[in-house]
Design a protein around this ligand. Sequence first.
Ligand SMILES: NC(=O)c1ccc[n+]([C@@H]2O[C@H](COP(=O)([O-])OP(=O)(O)OC[C@H]3O[C@@H](n4cnc5c(N)ncnc54)[C@H](OP(=O)(O)O)[C@@H]3O)[C@@H](O)[C@H]2O)c1
Length: 153
Amino acid sequence: MNVLIANAGTWGPERIESPDEGEAWIEAFRVNSIAPVLLATALLDNVAAARGRLIALTSRMGSIADNGSGGSIPYRSSKAALNAAWKSLAIDSARRQVVAAVLHPGWVKTRMGGTAAPLPPADSVAGMRRLIADLSPRQSGGFFDHDGTPIPW
Ligand SMILES: NC(=O)c1ccc[n+]([C@@H]2O[C@H](COP(=O)([O-])OP(=O)(O)OC[C@H]3O[C@@H](n4cnc5c(N)ncnc54)[C@H](OP(=O)(O)O)[C@@H]3O)[C@@H](O)[C@H]2O)c1
């Protein structure tokens, strides 16, 4: 099984009140939304030849349905855009027997997650590895937590 995992992500600016912060928001879109899709389309033929998987690391914060606290507009909007794009990739590549999904890794103790995060990286990765291996074509186009629980859009 060949798997492409688009993992790189950036938090972006917390406030968007100045032109410079607007530019930083655009940069968050470059990294979080556009680059993963360019990566996937560049390697789609290779993944399709292996009937493989296209996986992007998104965030629960990109869920519009789950947004109960507001804030973090650049991060939330750039991950929501990634989610929308990945859904189309899943539909467009289904006839080539590619399975595509966006995964939330949990709140993980990394540079981005910070020291207060409850989940060690090894546990997050172990869950996502199981999920990626088990994803069925029926689940393609889905948005899942690291333990396989579906997340609402
Ligand atoms: N940690 C969490 O709790 C959490 C929760 C939800 C979603 N996520 C998502 O999970 C993924 C991994 O995050 P993380 O927690 O490991 O974050 P992290 O500790 O901040 O690491 C981010 C990674 O992205 C790379 N990156 C950022 N901007 C880049 C750019 N312009 N070009 C190339 N690489 C770039 C970084 O490379 P360098 O090391 O070279 O800077 C680093 O490897 C991200 O997509 C993030 O949004 C994380």
